[in-house]
Design a protein around this ligand. Structure first.
Ligand code: TYD
Ligand code: MG
Length: 460
């Protein structure tokens, strides 16, 4: 069969912020609205046209088709990093052949965390740490200062992905860290390191290597000012796990948060403290988020949020104050701002409490972000407590979702949340009626509520 191929190099313009591509250059990205972020991107030969059936002429070797049951599952052990919090966020360890992206602001502690993890792991597994940002001396000095075992970890200072993979082929490491994806480059790609084209191609190149050789690949990625990874969309679909290292407001604690995980739950968090000896695991995060003043304060309520596979107790604060200007402010830190506006409307309509002329501020202590709706009821009770300047009992926990008709809806894992609250010494709880355990919980007085009015009556 005669196959005619027309080799064409395709030129596209790719937005550096969101990764969308356009056939022509334009000043503003239509997708994310960013200005002057489009840059030229050349892809390889595309559009090879074939005569006759497109598919029958395939000349390569054909892959075998299997049913799910036939697939060999015996050799997928997870590799433990030796750091429990890190393993938990990754769903219980690292899967061979997987690509993991660790994102965070510069100075969040990504290099420190990985250096600590790798130095320990290198004793039992061969591991390669590729540093493109810091010199080998800088990394070695840090390892020495942190008293890490230094004799087994293999180090490489290199920014070319071809060279990195060639070295890796010789060394056969089980695990490779690339610090960071923004400084590596591939020879064929014209644009500068850190650009979308480079990041995309380099990541694809490295991931291909990792999949072929069953190596664990950890990529470090910096986030941009607004908190998104440079070229986030282009990496998101390629990698298996994406985790973020975020620092809290007081800069002492770092939370490692799962964003995407093909092998486990997301929204799992691991908590670390940054000390002069590097990052230290915090085994009981509730203790730091609950460092409350001894005197009960108005507007402060403790909730139990479900993070991935475990409950965490977190304090939420609200401040309600007379508004100085015509337009009262609603400010939410750590919870969704739009949801706060909605809850205030529910409070007015179904609770009969008016805050239209008040500024309302809500803050989650410790710089944690709560994405769950279980914080709804907590927010409303904190707001009411601040408005009335009446503190709630300091041994009270509150959680529950609030619906638009003023009903209190149940949240998942109610019993586990309550158990964890009891363990931390809480003696009272206001929770959705449907979350009240049938047999109660020893040592805890649980008030089940099904409407907002009932919840407000419970704190009268
Ligand atoms: P680093 O791992 O270099 O951050 P990243 O790779 O994410 O950019 O972290 C550096 C920060 O951590 C720096 O601001 C200082 C702080 N730090 C400590 O407080 N103690 C330590 O032992 C180390 C190594 C760093
Ligand atoms: Mg670094």
């Amino acid at each position: 069969m005669v196959v005619t191929t027309v080799a064409k190099v395709k030129v596209a313009y790719v937005c550096g912020d969101c990764g969308s591509d356009f056939p022509k250059w334009q000043g503003r990205c239509d997708d994310c609205g960013a200005w002057n972020t489009l840059s030229e991107f050349r892809t390889g030969n595309v559009g090879a046209k074939k005569s006759g059936s497109q598919f029958k002429g395939y000349a390569g070797s054909l892959s075998e088709v299997q049913t799910l049951g036939d697939i060999d599952l015996t050799n997928v052990p997870r590799l433990s990093s030796g750091v429990e919090e890190f393993d938990r966020v990754l769903g219980g360890g690292m899967v061979p052949g997987s690509a993991i992206l660790i994102g965070g602001h510069p100075g969040a502690g990504k290099s420190t965390l990985l250096l600590q993890v790798l130095c320990r792991m290198a004793k039992s597994q061969s591991a390669l740490y590729v540093t493109g940002e810091e010199s080998l001396q800088q990394v070695a000095m840090r390892a020495q200062r942190l008293s890490l075992p230094m004799d087994s970890l293999q180090m490489l200072s290199e920014t070319s992905v071809e060279a990195i993979c060639a070295v890796a082929e010789n060394q056969h490491p089980k695990l490779i860290v690339i610090d960071s994806i923004q400084v590596v480059r591939q020879e064929d790609v014209q644009s500068a390191p850190g650009s979308v084209a480079q990041v995309r191609e380099c990541a694809a190149y490295l991931i291909r290597y990792a999949k072929l050789t069953n190596t664990i690949l950890i990529l470090v990625g910096h986030v941009t000012k607004d908190g998104s990874l440079a070229g986030p969309k282009v990496l998101e679909h390629m990698i298996d796990c994406s985790v973020m290292l975020e620092s809290s407001t007081d800069n002492r604690y770092r939370t490692l948060r799962g964003v995407k995980n093909r092998f486990g739950a997301v929204n799992e968090i691991g908590v670390f403290a940054m000390t002069e000896k590097g990052l230290r695991e915090v085994k009981n995060p509730s203790a730091i988020f609950l460092s409350r003043a001894t005197e009960p304060a108005a507007g402060s309520v403790v909730m139990v949020v479900w993070e991935g596979t475990r409950p965490i107790l977190i304090e939420l604060q609200a401040l309600v104050d007379d508004s100085q200007f015509g337009n009262p402010r609603r400010l939410a830190v750590g919870v969704d701002q739009n949801r706060l506006s909605m809850l205030l409307a529910v409070l007015h309509r179904h609770g009969g409490i008016q805050v239209g002329d008040q500024d309302v501020f809500v803050n989650v202590v410790g710089g944690v972000k709560v994405m769950e709706t279980s914080a709804d009821l907590t927010q409303l009770l904190a707001i009411v407590s601040s408005l009335r300047d009446r503190p709630l009992a300091s041994d009270l926990v509150v959680f529950g979702e609030v619906g638009l008709s003023g009903e209190i809806r149940p949240v998942p894992s109610g019993q586990e949340r309550l158990n964890s609250a009891v363990k931390h010494g809480f003696k009272r709880a206001i929770v959705p009626q449907a979350n009240v355990p049938k047999n109660g919980i020893k040592g805890m007085e649980i008030v089940g509520v099904s409407t907002l009015a009932a919840a407000l009556a419970a704190v009268e």
